[in-house]
Unconditional design. Structure first.
Length: 154
């Protein structure tokens, strides 16, 4: 009873979080890159990121807590970093990466948008967009491999 409920909550957290990342990557970035004014680009991006960061932070907390609990409840922590535990291993790696980005988000944006770099917003957004595509691909890989491995794939 506990494990299916934990998986359901875990997956709901993943849907909101990775769904948001997909929306930002596939819809918001192309919109920003089509804007003419650099100042408008930065304002729009920061407003959007500020709102989404709060949703992402709570989803990361829910996914991490339920994920850790699932590892413990199913005994799957024993297989972390082995082929048998490939699903949860990829999940933990992706989750840790996001945690790191969200924790240091303020600093990262100050470096990206501050100083000399501020002059070339076109280049910055194209880099940020490519970075989001890589992160989205890794997240989808974790979802795909997680479901595949969890349903008899390994
Ligand atoms: C600390 C981070 C995480 C831990 C410890 C963790 C652990 C787990 C465990 C133990 C399960 C259930 C057992 C299984 O089906 O193998 C599970 C299910 C799942 N996790 Fe995670 N997870 C974490 C983060 C993530 C992330 C970041 C994603 C997506 C990018 C994700 C996607 C999924 C999915 C889709 C399932 C359902 C698999 C299925 O049964 O069909 N998890 N997770």
């Amino acid at each position: 009873m506990l494990v299916p409920v934990l998986i359901a909550v875990h997956v709901l957290g993943v849907v909101i979080w990775i769904g948001g990342v997909a929306f930002v990557t596939m819809i918001v970035f192309p919109m920003i890159m089509r804007m003419e004014d650099s100042f408008e680009k930065v304002l729009f991006f920061q407003g959007m990121e500020h709102r989404f960061a709060r949703i992402a932070k709570s989803s990361v907390a829910v996914v991490g807590l339920t994920g850790g609990w699932l590892l413990y409840a199913t005994g799957e922590w024993l297989y972390l970093f082995s082929m048998k535990g490939i699903g949860p291993t990829l999940m933990v790696l992706v989750w840790t990466f996001y945690l790191f980005v969200l924790l240091f988000e303020g600093k990262i944006f100050r470096v990206i948008f501050g100083g000399r770099a501020a002059q070339d917003t076109g280049k910055i957004f194209s880099l940020l967009s490519r970075f989001h595509w890589v992160v989205l691909a890794l997240s989808l890989l974790a979802v795909g491999v997680g479901v595949w491995a969890g349903h008899g794939g390994v």
